[in-house]
Design a binder for this molecule. Structure first.
Ligand code: NAD
Length: 351
């Protein structure tokens, strides 16, 4: 790694969330990161985004971009079914690689990506940057401080990012396709599973899943529910739905032996998709044996992810979210589907 500077490329700058552009903003916020190359196989997508980054070289073929010897790191920002192949291609070209969530579709794909990183001697990191949402930071901090005692029950409900019912709405074309997205739990569910796994200090034992598909408009399931069983006795339930005629608020409900959290205000997370960081926008309810109080969210510091990545690559700090961490998320998503089909709780191959 060149001293003090990481030269970065992005692959994927699609229209749905303008997400390659957003990665460029986050990279730009870290002085030790420099965006030098941008790739999208769709010339229109590339042509829209490239002018936002003067001096950055554009490519429609990833293999051409990877020929650059001066490229240190690539961020893969493409649809879910492409992640495994593109990440392995980047690693085999000797580039440290960051991949958007979810890491991939299946556990064997995750295994192959981790092995490719090991063989290349390069870092594989998964972009679970929503750990830095203000409400998630506040909840994680309260749990880590021990304010709740031992946490034994968690519910995260992501029925949509608003209280509006999402009944029957299939979502944008590739997110509604099971072959491309992985299924109804792979988008918001990937965030929610990562939040829970990074909060509970215990291995998983089993996953139980309940999947339902009612509408032909999309091949994804309409309603997905996963329950993660942990070795310490904690159980966490995650629900994503487009089949709820009454939608629940986007919800966190956490019970511990000394306290409880109810958070229904995450719509107040402002700035995501446009801003590098976001102000503290809301609050949650905390009840302990001493009484009930309102706890303001922390600021959302999404730029932290690439700062942590720079610390890792330049100074040997831990990987912000390792391939193994990303594989635990995929393990839950895939095992939940297996359990739904079998009608039983299923053991997890990666705890
Ligand atoms: N972390 C978050 O909060 C967050 C938010 C939005 C999107 N995402 C993730 O970002 C990823 C991309 O989502 P999106 O909404 O930007 O999708 P998108 O469809 O808008 O863009 C994807 C782009 O990838 C390009 N592409 C596909 N295969 C390619 C290849 N082989 N070589 C070069 N370019 C290729 C397509 O042409 C397209 O322009 C997904 O994993 C999604 O879940 C994460």
């Amino acid at each position: 790694m060149p001293a003090g500077r990481i030269r970065c490329g992005i692959v994927g700058c699609g229209p749905v969330f303008n997400w390659g552009w957003m990665h460029g903003q986050w990279l730009h916020a870290v002085p030790e990161m420099e965006l030098v190359a941008l790739c999208d196989r769709d010339p229109a997508a590339l042509g829209r985004t490239l002018p936002e980054f003067p001096g950055v070289e554009g490519y429609t073929d990833l293999a051409e971009m990877l020929k650059r010897d001066d490229l240190d790191m690539v961020s893969v920002v493409t649809p879910h079914n492409t992640h495994a192949d593109l990440v392995i291609q980047c690693l085999q070209a000797g580039k440290h690689t960051v991949v958007e969530k979810p890491m991939c579709l299946t556990i064997p794909e995750a295994d192959a990506m981790i092995e490719a990183a090991r063989a290349a001697g390069r870092t594989l990191a998964v972009f679970h940057n929503r750990r830095h949402d203000g409400n998630v930071r506040a909840i994680h901090e309260l749990v880590k401080q021990g304010t709740l005692g031992e946490v034994f029950h968690i519910e995260v409900c992501a029925m949509g990012y608003s209280q509006d019912p999402n009944y029957g709405r299939p979502g944008d074309p590739w997110r509604a396709s099971k072959a491309i997205s992985g299924g109804g739990l792979y988008d918001w569910g990937a965030h929610a599973v990562d939040w829970v796994l990074s909060m509970v200090p215990s291995p998983m034992t089993h996953v139980t899943g309940f999947f339902h598909r009612f509408h032909d408009a999309a091949s994804n399931e309409d309603h997905t529910r996963a329950i993660i069983h942990f070795a310490n006795g904690c159980a966490a339930e995650i629900c994503c739905s487009r089949a709820a005629l009454i939608g629940k608020p986007y919800l966190w409900y956490v019970l511990g032996t000394k306290g409880a959290i109810l958070d229904t205000g995450a719509n107040a997370i402002v700035g995501y998709c446009n801003e590098v960081n976001g102000p503290s926008g809301g609050s949650l309810t905390l009840r302990t044996l001493e009484g009930e109080r309102t706890v303001p969210y922390k600021e959302s510091d999404w730029a932290t992810y690439y700062k942590d990545m720079a610390d890792h690559l330049l100074r040997g700090a831990p990987v912000p979210v390792s391939g193994e961490d990303g594989r635990r998320v995929i393990t839950v998503l895939q095992t939940a589907e297996k359990s739904s089909a079998s009608g039983h709780s299923e053991p997890v191959p990666h705890q």
